[in-house]
Unconditional design. Structure first.
Length: 138
């Protein structure tokens, strides 16, 4: 299993909307950056992703699971980009904001800090566990 981070502006698609999508989940579409799209292509069913609210809040608020691996993004008329389907797993007890992530020396290497505009990024196992602890999830 691999770990990822998915960014969404909460006024466009929030964790609460993701939760309301139910067990079937929702399509994670609209990604038009090639590096982010390549990350979507690497996702496997069962992989876990942090759900990050960007712009408003700038914080990791929950966890979603990949339900369906990459397929052609139905919103892409040229059929160049892919989407995945994810479903809500849980909310973090305490959101983990970007400021606190930046303060943790063990997380300085994350793409969230180094490539702040990237919307889909891998998270290594050690960093995943650190962030879970910060969000008070065991």
């Amino acid at each position: 299993m691999k770990y990822w981070l998915l960014k969404s502006e909460p006024d466009v698609w929030s964790l609460n909307q993701q939760k309301k999508a139910g067990k079937k989940g929702a399509i994670w579409d609209g990604v038009r950056n090639y590096q982010a799209a390549n990350n979507l292509k690497k996702m496997k069913k069962g992989d876990l992703c942090f759900f990050y609210h960007s712009n408003i809040g700038k914080e990791i608020v929950g966890i979603v699971e990949v339900k369906k691996e990459s397929f052609i993004d139905p919103t892409d008329k040229k059929k160049r980009f892919v989407a995945v389907q994810v479903r809500f797993m849980r909310k973090l007890r305490f959101p983990v904001n970007l400021e606190n992530i930046k303060k943790n020396k063990d997380l300085k290497h994350l793409s969230l800090i180094k490539q702040s505009r990237l919307s889909v990024m891998p998270i290594d196992t050690k960093s995943w566990k650190i962030i879970l602890k910060m969000g008070r999830i065991n």
